[in-house]
Design a protein around this ligand. Structure first.
Ligand code: AMP
Ligand code: ZN
Ligand code: ZN
Length: 321
C-alpha cells in the first residue's frame, strides 16, 4: 500500500498508507484521524444529524457500512444497525454473519429483517418473477424496508455506507446521459418528507480504498466478495474509468463529486421542486405512494406467488450482459 521507508505526514513515524489525493502518507493513528475528520466534516457541512439523534445504519456486512457504523460510534453518536436478509444464497448468509459479529462484539443493537421469512420471497426469485435485472427488485426492497424500519423504530435519520467512489460513479452515469432529474436529487442528504425518513451518506468524502483501510486498521472483518448478482453492473465500469483518471491526476474524483455538490447542485434547485407530487398511502401497507398500492406490495404479491428460484439460475442469466 505504501513505499517502504515512507513517513507519516503528521508524526514522521512509519507510514502504512499513501493517499495521493492528499499528497501524503500516514501512520495508522493519523490515518484514522484523517478518516474521522473527513466524516465529521461531511456530517457538519451538510448538517446530517446532531449528537443525541437516534441513527439507524443500514448495514450490508461489507466494508463501507461497517466502517460508517464504527466511525459514528467512535465519534460518540448513538447508532443501531439494520440488516436486510435478501436471500442471495451464500452471499447473503455470509454477509449476515459479518454484520452480526460486528454488532455482538461491540454490544450494539442490530435489527434484522428477512425477505424470505417475512415477505415470502428473495431477490433471485423476484428477479425471475418480474423479468427485470436483480438490482431493480433489490433496490426497491431495500429502500422500502429501510424506510419502514426507520419510521417504525422512531429513528431520526437513516445512514447508508455510500462512499465517494459510489457517488462519483452514479454522478458519472447521470452526467453521461444528462439525467437532470436524477442529478438534481443526487445529494448526500435527503430530507424527510411525506412519511419517508431523512437519509444521509456520511462517507461521501472517503474513497472505498480508505473505508477498506479503516476496517483493516480497526480489525473489522467484512465480506470482501461483491454481490454475485451485481456482475455486469455499469457502475463498475464507471468506477474503473474514474480510477484511471484519478491515477493520472490525483484528486479529480473528489473534485468531480464535491464540486458538483457545491457548485452545480444549487443551480438545480428548481428542478428538485418539479415532480414532487402529493403522496397518498398504500392500501396494503400504509407506506407513502402515488398509486393505490405501493411498488413494494406489488412486488411482494408477484414474487411471493412465484416458485423459489435458486441464485445460481439467475446469476447465469444476468451475469454476463
Ligand atoms: P448497495 O446498494 O449494495 O451499493 O449498498 C448501498 C448501501 O445500502 C450500503 O452501504 C448499506 O448502507 C445499504 N445496504 C446494502 N445492502 C444492505 C442490506 N442487505 N441490509 C441493509 N442495508 C444494506
Ligand atoms: Zn502519524
Ligand atoms: Zn405497500
Amino acid at each position: 500500500m505504501v513505499a517502504s521507508g515512507s513517513k507519516c505526514r503528521v508524526c514522521r513515524g512509519p507510514a502504512i498508507i499513501d493517499l495521493p489525493r492528499h499528497n501524503a502518507n500516514f501512520c495508522a493513528e493519523h490515518f484514522l484521524e484523517l478518516c474521522r475528520r473527513q466524516v465529521t466534516k461531511a456530517i457538519e457541512h451538510f448538517a446530517m444529524f446532531e449528537p443525541g439523534d437516534r441513527i439507524l445504519v443500514a448495514v450490508s456486512g461489507g466494508k463501507d457500512s461497517l466502517a460508517v457504523w464504527d466511525l459514528l460510534i467512535d465519534l460518540g453518536y448513538q447508532a443501531d444497525g439494520l440488516y436486510i436478509g435478501l436471500g442471495i444464497g451464500d452471499y447473503s448468509e455470509a454477509s449476515a454473519v459479518y454484520a452480526r459479529e460486528f454488532a455482538t462484539a461491540r454490544g450494539l443493537r442490530l435489527v434484522e429483517v428477512s425477505l424470505r421469512e417475512e415477505y415470502g420471497y428473495d431477490i433471485p426469485t423476484a428477479s425471475r418473477a418480474t423479468r427485470r435485472v436483480p438490482s431493480s427488485s433489490c433496490g426497491l426492497s431495500k429502500r422500502h424496508l429501510i424506510d419502514k424500519a426507520a419510521i417504525d423504530g422512531g429513528y431520526d435519520v437513516v445512514v447508508t455506507g455510500h462512499n465517494l467512489d459510489d457517488e462519483a460513479a452514479v454522478l458519472f452515469g447521470n452526467k453521461l446521459r444528462w439525467e437532470i432529474e436524477y442529478l438534481a436529487r443526487q445529494l448526500p442528504v435527503l430530507p424527510a418528507r411525506d412519511g419517508f425518513p431523512r437519509k444521509v451518506k456520511p462517507l461521501v468524502r472517503l474513497t472505498e480504498r480508505e473505508t477498506a483501510a479503516w476496517c483493516v486498521v480497526r480489525g473489522i472483518d467484512y465480506l470482501v466478495e461483491e454481490c454475485p448478482m451485481a456482475a455486469g453492473n455499469k457502475h463498475l465500469a464507471y468506477k474503473a474509468a474514474l480510477n484511471a483518471i484519478e491515477a493520472d491526476s490525483p484528486g479529480s474524483k473528489a473534485s468531480f463529486y464535491l464540486n458538483f455538490i457545491e457548485r452545480m447542485a444549487p443551480l438545480l434547485a428548481a428542478e428538485r421542486a418539479v415532480g414532487v407530487e402529493s403522496v397518498g398511502t398504500c392500501r396494503e401497507c400504509g407506506a407513502p405512494t402515488t398509486g393505490e398500492v405501493c411498488a413494494f406490495c406489488r412486488l411482494v404479491e408477484k414474487a411471493g406467488a412465484h416458485e423459489r428460484v435458486p441464485v445460481e439460475l439467475v446469476v447465469g442469466r444476468w451475469g454476463k450482459r
